[in-house]
Write a new protein. Structure first.
Length: 118
């Protein structure tokens, strides 16, 4: 079953690191992704740019409304994701606990599923 591991990071975290710390964190995440790929568990992985250059879109009354980032009310942002294949939720949670980002962020584990029901 596919699970998405969402990397939820504080919005200001990237700016609080030195360049060397940022490169080291990114390298550890690449190593984690390589390990998941070697184990046949990884479907996809991506890092996302800052919410400062993001946009939120809603359509109300047939008209699109666009809110450009950064989003003042946001305390955290999705910094990236891993899409993995796991036999159980417990396996996905165990993988999330192995993710280097779990040391400085929150890793949210979500099963993929339809938009209806539970």
């Amino acid at each position: 079953m596919p699970y998405m591991l969402l990397i939820l990071e504080p919005t200001d975290q990237r700016h609080s690191r030195s360049e060397a710390e940022g490169h080291a964190a990114y390298a550890s995440m690449l190593g984690f992704a390589d390990d998941l790929k070697a184990r046949g568990l990884l479907r996809a992985v991506e890092s996302l740019s800052s919410h400062a250059v993001a946009a939120r879109v809603q359509v109300r009354g047939g008209r699109p409304q666009v809110l450009d980032g950064p989003f003042a009310e946001a305390k955290e942002m999705v910094g990236g994701f891993f899409l993995v294949d796991c036999e159980t939720r417990e396996e996905a949670v165990a993988i999330a606990a192995q993710c280097p980002a779990a040391q400085w962020c929150t890793v949210e584990v979500r099963a993929l599923g339809p938009c209806y029901g539970a």
